[in-house]
Design a binder for this molecule. Structure first.
Ligand SMILES: C[S@@+](CC[C@H](N)C(=O)[O-])C[C@H]1O[C@@H](n2cnc3c(N)ncnc32)[C@H](O)[C@@H]1O
Length: 224
């Protein structure tokens, strides 16, 4: 997992519709000022939270606004999503978010041990066809990467409306002594709304619209 060239791509695309001039300007001016890199962790006291695959950034900006003293790191390869996040940060004067553009696995390998209090992964690409399951981001090796950067007492918060993916993740989490899920079974992870935030992300909205169950799995880091 340490060689990112060996990673199987977990995202569908990095670009969508053409960007507006304002978005282009924010990418050129604001993004370099808030780009996440390992220098962030030169401050030994920094205990950050991270959102992987933040999409349009709605959940991330809400978390950052409600916890202004916490540093949030967002990882996302989709440029249009990053541009939307930058517009919100600019409009709402948010200064406690750093952004990593690209595959989160490249950034996670730069983070020292025990430096995240919470890692959010909300509605990651489900890759529903069996032949694409290898593209799913949450695999056993990925959870080991997350385990290393979580601080003692830290947790991973994962949501999906794909039952098969959710079951796979729930089982990975419970298959060794690295994590402990807050709920005893997957059925207890079905919630009528996100238990961690008042925000409904774009993909949760799609799932609710199609009346799919949404699974919210929280797992605490277990230290040996
Ligand atoms: C289905 S979308 C969900 C977006 C948002 N979380 C939501 O709930 O609306 C999945 C997102 O994860 C991003 N993603 C996929 N693989 C990733 C990776 N390896 N690192 C960071 N982001 C990734 C994709 O670019 C996409 O924006």
């Amino acid at each position: 997992m340490s060689n990112h060239h060996a990673w199987i791509q977990s995202f569908a695309r990095t670009k969508g519709k053409p960007l507006s001039n304002r978005q282009k300007q924010l990418l050129a001016d604001l993004l370099p000022q808030i780009t996440a890199n390992k220098a962030l962790f030169f401050d030994d006291n920094l205990l950050a939270q991270m959102e992987i695959g933040f999409g349009d950034g709605k959940h991330l900006t809400n978390q950052a606004l409600s916890q202004p003293d916490t540093c949030f790191i967002g990882c996302e390869p989709f440029v249009n999503g990053i541009a939307k996040l930058l517009s919100s940060m600019d409009r709402l004067k948010i200064s406690n978010i750093k952004v990593f553009v690209g595959d989160c696995r490249a950034f996670i390998s730069e983070i020292p041990d025990n430096r995240m209090s919470c890692v959010y992964i909300l509605f990651p690409d489900p890759w529903p066809k069996k032949r694409h399951h290898k593209r799913r981001l949450l695999q056993k090796g990925f959870l080991t990467l997350i385990w290393r950067v979580l601080a003692p007492g830290g947790s991973i918060r994962f949501a999906s409306d794909n039952k098969d993916y959710a079951q796979e993740v729930f089982d990975f989490m419970n298959s060794d002594s690295m994590f402990q899920t807050s709920n005893q079974s997957l059925d207890l992870c079905i919630y009528p709304q996100n238990p961690w935030s008042p925000i409904i992300t774009k993909y949760e909205e799609k799932a609710r619209f199609s009346e799919s169950d949404c699974f919210f799995i929280e797992a605490l880091k277990v230290c040996p």
